[in-house]
Design a protein around this ligand. Structure first.
Ligand code: NAD
Length: 307
């Protein structure tokens, strides 16, 4: 068994996203060092508009990871009142900046700004989030050599491949169900699975009899945003479950400040699913850590292509 899979008391292998992401980050740092030796330092610019506390945390960890990888890392923090024109001017400046290979505009943006318009202003070659229609299109035609792939699905695929390898299986020909059809997770995840020759079903809020749809899947990817909505009893025995969901729910008791405790859960009922699955990602510590690692990987890819 590979060191990134842990045998659990529940029965399933637990796919350790922290360990896999550490491997990815180490490879990115090594790749960056090679590029730096040739005179090119990968550069990542992260743009934050407003003071959303969750976004501040994400942006900080992205900057920290970039520095750990040896990248040139810049952060632009703009006020909540920033206009769309001001933000677009900044993005255009970053597009033209040769020291910057990756641009990430942290979502959500304040409501006076059209997010889609901003994302479409980012040069596709620097679009390390992979949200530009050009990158979505390249992924859809199966051209991963030129696309920049959205980080969360790209990281989810690596975790799935690690589990597949440990179990001596391949994705090709397997029945995969992706629950959720967002442009950020569900749709690109389905494209990646299709490119690996899985038979892919995308389920969503209008899907009839979700339990039956999930129940025939060899691979389940949950990206819904509803705590533990995928029941363990739905999982086909021996399936592999990738839980993208990150949901904060009330915990037990009070914290040091006397406030009610909270905890993170996924979109899958973990213990019950782990009792039936062959392998499963935990929340936290599964897909979450992969997202930032893949952002670094995309930035290195963008810098290599430019070089
Ligand atoms: P979203 O809200 O954009 O999309 C949710 C999708 O779920 C929609 O396509 C909708 O059709 C579907 N859905 C809603 N109710 C449903 C139901 N009852 N049955 C079946 N499908 C239903 O969310 P998103 O941005 O794709 O994120 C999904 C989850 O993944 C969230 O919990 C989010 O926090 C998490 N997420 C995690 C990471 C990470 O780094 N691990 C990154 C992005 C998102």
């Amino acid at each position: 068994m590979s060191d990134v899979l842990i045998k659990s008391d529940h029965g399933a292998l637990i796919i350790d996203g922290k360990a896999v992401s550490a491997n990815v980050l180490a490879e990115v740092a090594a790749g960056a060092a090679e590029l730096i030796a040739k005179g090119v330092r990968p550069g990542l610019a992260v743009v934050l508009v407003g003071e959303d506390p969750a976004s501040q945390v994400y942006v900080k960890s992205k900057g920290k990871a970039a520095e750990t990888c040896g990248f040139h890392s810049v952060q632009h923090t703009l006020s909540r009142e920033t206009t769309q024109a001001e933000l677009i001017t900044l993005v255009e400046k970053l597009n033209a900046d040769p020291a910057i290979h990756g641009i990430l505009v942290q979502l959500p943006l304040p409501k006076q700004i059209d997010s889609q318009l901003v994302l479409e202003t980012i040069s596709p070659a620097k679009d390390v989030d992979g949200f530009h229609p050009v990158n979505a299109g390249l992924l859809a035609i199966g051209d991963r050599k030129r696309a920049l792939v959205p980080c969360t699905p790209a990281g989810s695929l690596i975790l799935l491949q690690a589990a597949m390898q440990a179990l001596g299986r391949t994705i090709s020909g397997q029945d995969a169900v992706v629950v959720g059809r967002s442009n950020i997770v569900g749709k690109p995840m389905a494209q990646l699975l299709l490119a690996e020759s899985a038979t892919v079903t995308i389920a969503h809020s209008r899907t009839r009899d979700l339990a039956a749809v999930v129940g025939r899947a060899d691979i389940v990817v949950a990206a819904v945003g509803i705590p533990e909505m995928i029941k363990g009893a739905w999982i086909k025995p021996g399936a592999i479950v990738i839980d993208v969901g990150i949901n904060r729910v009330p915990g037990e008791g009070l914290n040091a400040k006397g406030e009610p405790k909270s905890r993170l859960v996924g979109d899958v009922e973990f213990a019950a699913a782990a009792a039936r699955a062959a392998a499963i990602t935990p929340v936290p510590g599964g897909v979450g850590p992969m997202t930032i690692a893949m952002l670094m990987s995309n930035t290195l890819t963008a810098a290599r292509r430019k070089a």
